[in-house]
Design a protein around this ligand. Structure first.
Ligand SMILES: CC(C)(COP(=O)(O)OP(=O)(O)OC[C@H]1O[C@@H](n2cnc3c(N)ncnc32)[C@H](O)[C@@H]1OP(=O)(O)O)[C@@H](O)C(=O)NCCC(=O)NCCS
Length: 187
């Protein structure tokens, strides 16, 4: 059975395996909190965590320990970010994907980023894992008192759009190439 676990240093090897698989497929692990390689440092929100540095156990431990702290509003706002609950999708000590649940929207999140981000490593796709992680994220937002959740995806990302529709998303519009779906959490 898959689980959503709090990021932790002990998952270093399975994490690196997952990362290698994303990289081999030319993919970026959305929802992991890892800084995209091409992003200029002055555009990094929060601490920079580059994939290439995480093979180092100390750097990985620092990253894994920093992720849960982002759920704390004081920590997140200190980085000019919104509070964010991070989870890793695991199964039998394998890391299969990533989930990021932003507790509120700022200007960027309202326009493009949305409340929830996720990805699943290529070999674990089409097993319902993103649907499961997204549903957990919506429950989490409901428990935090959020009335409606925004989830966005690239206009041509059929897999992510299907994931959002499976979770009750209703399309509002497309902005900057992103489909913007709302999920009513009071229903
Ligand atoms: C989008 C993504 C997270 C989906 O993960 P997943 O675990 O394979 O998704 P699920 O198995 O839960 O499937 C959800 C729905 O998407 C559909 N789907 C999955 N992959 C698909 C694909 N390649 N093409 C079309 N539909 C697809 C599934 O059929 C399912 O719909 P259904 O229940 O109506 O049949 C995964 O493809 C991924 O990580 N992509 C790269 C990162 C990304 O795009 N993240 C989202 C950023 S907004």
């Amino acid at each position: 059975m898959p689980e959503l676990v709090v990021p932790r240093p002990s998952l270093h090897s399975p994490f690196l395996e997952a990362l290698a698989e994303y990289a081999a497929a030319g993919d970026y692990p959305h929802g992991s909190g890892i800084t995209p390689d091409h992003l200029p440092l002055d555009e990094v929100r929060g601490e920079p965590w580059f994939a290439g540095d995480l093979a180092d156990p100390e750097r990985f431990a620092a990253y894994a320990e920093a992720m849960p702290r982002l759920a704390d509003g004081d920590v997140a706002r200190g980085f000019a970010m919104v509070p964010d609950t991070k989870r890793w999708i695991t199964e039998r000590d394998q890391v299969l994907g990533f989930l990021s649940v932003r507790h509120e929207l700022n200007d960027f999140r309202l326009e493009e980023g949305g409340h929830i981000g996720y990805s699943v490593r290529p070999s674990a796709r089409r097993r319902g894992l993103a649907t499961y992680a997204c549903a957990w994220g919506l429950d989490h937002l409901r428990s935090l008192g959020v009335d409606r959740a925004l989830i966005t995806c690239d206009d041509d990302n059929e897999a992510s759009a299907a994931t959002i529709l499976r979770n009750g998303g209703v399309l509002e519009d497309v902005r900057h190439g992103k489909r913007r779906y709302w999920v009513d959490l009071r229903a």
